[in-house]
Design a protein around this ligand. Structure first.
Ligand code: ZN
Length: 235
């Protein structure tokens, strides 16, 4: 195997650098990439290894029905302050043999544009402004694009989801946090209580969606992972 460092590729004027290395194995080039996170961000799975990830927008298993732009890998990134708080949530849940499962965390702007395109071309305009951001903002905000919002649920010690009554991204009144009864309401309340304790605020129309209120951030468009077909320069 021959390993040849080729280039450093700046993919974003803000912070990211990408080191691209090409490995030649049996004359077949394989690209191996490492990626630096945006300033102030951490990889949630690295900080909290026990957390379960199911990053739906990196797969076709989501409301759009295809992988969203910018989700090259099923990573969960977030502002460090938010992830520290999330770690406290996970620790407290562990004491009662529960844990967290993340559906989405930091979301690149291009993914929100993808959602917007899908809604407008599929007659889903009623979702805009309620479930899908209507405007793409790039200033200091609370948002998935700024790394201080997170979508998640509770799992038991085997990783099985607790019954929350609906799936993630159910765009109906059934997903309104308090619109439930019995065990389902109890499970939703359990999630709300522990998240609230560590500084997260729930969106009442989505039981899974929380904002970390202590920290605003800049909206970013850095992809999660490396695009599969980057333009590789040889010099
Ligand atoms: Zn969300």
């Amino acid at each position: 195997m021959v390993v040849i460092p080729l280039i450093k590729w700046n993919i974003n004027i803000f912070f990211s650098k990408l080191l691209i290395i090409i490995c030649l194995t049996n004359n077949t080039p394989i690209a191996i990439f490492s990626q630096t996170l945006p300033t102030g961000f951490v990889d949630i799975k690295k900080e909290i290894p026990e957390i379960v990830l199911d990053i739906r927008y990196a797969t076709p298993n989501n409301f759009v029905g295809e992988k969203l732009d910018g989700y090259e890998e099923g990573f969960a990134w977030g502002l460090k302050e938010m992830v520290l708080a999330l770690n406290e949530v996970q620790k407290e849940l562990k004491e009662i043999k529960l844990g967290l499962k993340i559906f989405d965390a930091y979301r690149p702007l291009r993914a929100e544009k993808h959602m917007l395109r899908w809604a407008m071309s599929n007659n889903k305009n009623h979702l805009l402004g309620v479930y899908i951001p209507l405007k793409v903002r790039t200033d200091s905000i609370y948002g998935h694009t700024s790394g201080n919002m997170i979508d998640l649920t509770l799992v038991d010690s085997t990783g099985k989801e607790l019954n929350m009554g609906t799936d993630f991204d159910e765009f109906s009144e059934k997903a309104h946090t308090l619109n439930a009864k019995g065990d389902i309401l109890e499970n939703r309340n359990k999630l709300q209580a522990v998240m609230k304790k560590y500084g997260f605020k729930n969106y009442p129309k989505e039981w899974w969606h929380f904002t970390y209120q202590a920290k605003k951030g800049m909206a970013l468009d850095i992809p999660l992972g490396v695009p599969k077909n980057p333009v590789v320069q040889t010099k």
